[in-house]
Design a protein around this ligand. Structure first.
Ligand code: ARG
Length: 289
């Protein structure tokens, strides 16, 4: 962890609107990342409890949480973060890398269309939504290397009207950007540098010189799969070592058990799709529509 001389800033929580999918059909029936082992499936009751505790915590923190109907036969649909990237009411629907998850895109797209989102586009190349796209410092940080294909970047940047910073992921355990980097406020991140290629590490160091950097053991707890409203940061219980540095920077950490979700390679942040109810960065040409 990099020491910081920064004074604890005044952190302002911003009410969020999240989309989640109940883990009714959650299971590990195939292996598309190194954490998944179909011979060691999650315990259903414990998994349900962990998901419900996360859901309740988000509500207790004052956030709005919408729910999408889970679909039988889609055991990873609980990981809502991958379904789309949403910004300024614009929805770029995912195009999953693996056929096993392909049908999730249509289920989520139907939800958006039924809930007043009118500017909806499907990703033309492989694109795993907010698993690989995080907004920070007015840009879209875009992970690629395992899931999202860089060929999708032009569409993402044009459709969501933000500059996009490509970041190559190199460690298969951290196959989505949100397993290796968390945007904890509009301009602050925490990350595990070694999950990124040397050029991506250099890019992040230049953009975020004061960022908290975590070591491999901490990253391996999925500590970076954190949900932040700008003040409250929800992390896996196994990432308790981050309590002190987060508090030192003015954040309030909350720890949730996610061991059963981890068996599918997921954590708290994977379970939420941020609908970004208010602008998180200045649109280049803001339209009041
Ligand atoms: N089993 C899922 C997969 O491999 C986990 C997705 C985790 N989601 C995330 N946002 N990192 O696709």
């Amino acid at each position: 962890m990099t020491p910081t001389s920064q004074k604890p800033a005044q952190r302002r929580p911003r009410p969020r609107r999240y989309l989640m999918c109940p883990p009714t059909y959650f299971d590990v029936r195939y292996a598309i990342n190194p954490w998944m082992d179909p011979t060691d499936p999650p315990e259903p009751t414990a998994a349900q409890d962990q998901w419900h505790q996360l859901h309740e915590l988000l509500l207790a923190l004052g956030h709005r949480v919408d729910l999408v109907e889970p679909v039988p036969g889609l055991p990873d649909m609980v990981f809502a973060a991958n379904a789309a990237t949403v910004l300024d009411g614009r929805v770029l629907v995912a195009n999953f890398r693996h056929a096993e998850r392909g049908e999730e895109a249509g289920a989520y797209e139907a939800w958006f269309r039924a809930h007043g989102f009118t500017t909806v586009e499907q990703a033309r190349q492989v694109n795993e939504g907010q698993g690989d796209h995080l907004v920070a410092a007015e840009v879209i940080l875009a992970g690629h290397g395992f899931r999202t294909h860089p060929d999708s970047h032009a569409q993402t940047s044009a459709f969501l009207r933000r500059r996009l910073v490509p970041l190559t992921l190199v460690d298969p355990r951290f196959y989505h950007l949100d397993t290796a980097l968390a945007a904890v406020s509009h301009d602050e991140i925490i990350y595990y540098p070694e999950a990124f290629s040397p050029p991506a590490q250099a890019r992040l160091a230049a953009m975020f010189p004061d960022a908290l950097r975590v070591d491999e053991a901490t990253a391996a707890t999925f500590a970076l799969n954190a949900i932040s409203d700008g003040h409250n940061v929800i992390l896996p219980a196994a990432a308790a070592s981050l309590a002190v540095p987060l508090k030192a920077r003015g954040y309030q950490p909350h720890f949730v058990e996610t061991g059963e979700l981890m068996k599918a390679g997921g954590g708290p942040k994977c379970c939420v799709l941020d609908l970004h109810p208010e602008p998180v960065a200045e649109p280049a040409a803001a339209s009041a529509a």
